[in-house]
Design a protein around this ligand. Structure first.
Ligand code: UDP
Length: 316
């Protein structure tokens, strides 16, 4: 099988590329190296079944050629990282909306199956329960820039499902919750690599807000294990799946755990969201997936607990 990974030099994309090569596939990667890095694919760059194209997915002639020759598309290219999104709202909307539009239009032209990588952000400000695929979305005001990302990814999902319903294009949507592991950088604001780096350097571990907000972290190996299985499962077509780990942790506790596990003397500090992200930011108090649906369909079971996840980031 020939697979195209958009964003294949990114953190998750590069792990997925490794997984697909292990599964025996021929892998084509397209990445504009905005947040992706050649270093991420260093280990596999010379693999005989790996082909790298450094370009944007908005380049339709390049994409046309790629989509024509592959069997499956894994669409991961997107703006990533809350800090990045807050700093680059135009690029975020541009790549997330137009990029997916190009991918789906070309996929439909050649009738190639597509995995659309979506995000838990689209659930918005729910606090009451673990998030299920059919839950309503609770979005903040358009004056809070953060929600633009959620809206752009929501539009991607609508478009994918529209292609499925109207054009019979086989699509599968995965809503990825906080995914962490080796090669993720703290550069774009992600909490775990940032905490680990600060702890190892003896710098303050900086918690934003009061730190009672929670997240549920999944190891990237678990996530990229699930994605090809969803693509191989015909019953997943035209449907949406949470992909994540349902163990929930408060950011204060995460900071403490990182401090303990690194043996760091770093102080844990709290700063305001305004100071961290600038004006126009709103956080989510809670974000935890209900993963019953993906468990039932492909037998998904997260294999890394929080300690193993943190340890893998420390080791990296
Ligand atoms: N966060 C933090 N310190 C940091 C980076 C993030 O306290 O240095 C917080 C952030 O405000 C959020 C949580 O950690 O409540 C997860 O942030 P991340 O950007 O990793 O992911 P997301 O907000 O998209 O879940």
């Amino acid at each position: 099988m020939k697979a195209l990974i958009t964003g294949g030099a990114g953190f998750i994309g590069s792990h997925l590329a490794e997984r697909l090569l292990e599964l025996g596939h021929e892998v084509f990667v397209i990445d504009n190296l905005w947040t992706g890095k050649l270093a991420n694919i260093e280990k596999i760059q010379n693999h005989e079944r790996l082909h790298l194209v450094v370009d944007t997915i908005l380049n339709e002639s390049v994409m046309n050629e790629l989509v024509f020759k592959i069997d499956h598309i894994y669409h991961l290219a997107a703006a990533v990282g809350v800090k990045n999104i807050m700093d680059h709202p135009v690029e975020t909307l541009d790549i997330n909306v137009k990029g997916t539009e190009v991918v789906l239009r070309l996929a439909n032209r050649f009738k190639k199956k597509v995995f659309i990588s979506s995000t838990s952000e689209i659930y918005g400000k729910h606090v009451e329960h673990n998030l299920s695929e059919d839950d309503n979305r609770v979005m903040g005001t358009v004056k809070k820039r953060r929600w633009a990302y959620a809206c752009s990814k929501t539009l991607d999902e609508f478009l994918a499902l529209a292609y499925f319903d109207e054009k019979k294009l086989p699509v599968v949507i995965g809503r990825l919750f906080n995914t962490v592991g080796p090669r993720q950088t703290g550069q774009y604001g992600m909490v775990l690599p940032t905490f680990v780096q600060s702890a190892l350097l003896g710098k303050p571990i900086t918690v934003y807000g009061d730190g009672t907000q929670t997240r549920s972290f999944a190891h990237v190996n678990d996530v990229v294990g699930a994605i090809p299985k969803l693509m191989e499962e015909p019953a997943a077509e035209g449907d949406v799946f949470n992909v994540g780990n349902d163990a929930e942790v408060a950011i204060n506790d995460l900071a403490q755990k990182v401090k303990e596990m690194t043996g760091s003397r770093s102080e844990i500090e709290h700063i305001s969201y305004e100071k961290a992200y600038g004006p126009g930011f709103e956080d989510m108090e809670r974000r935890c997936p209900n993963i019953e649906k993906i468990k039932k369909l492909i037998g998904f079971e997260p294999s890394y607990d929080l300690e193993a996840i943190i340890q893998s980031v420390i080791d990296y």
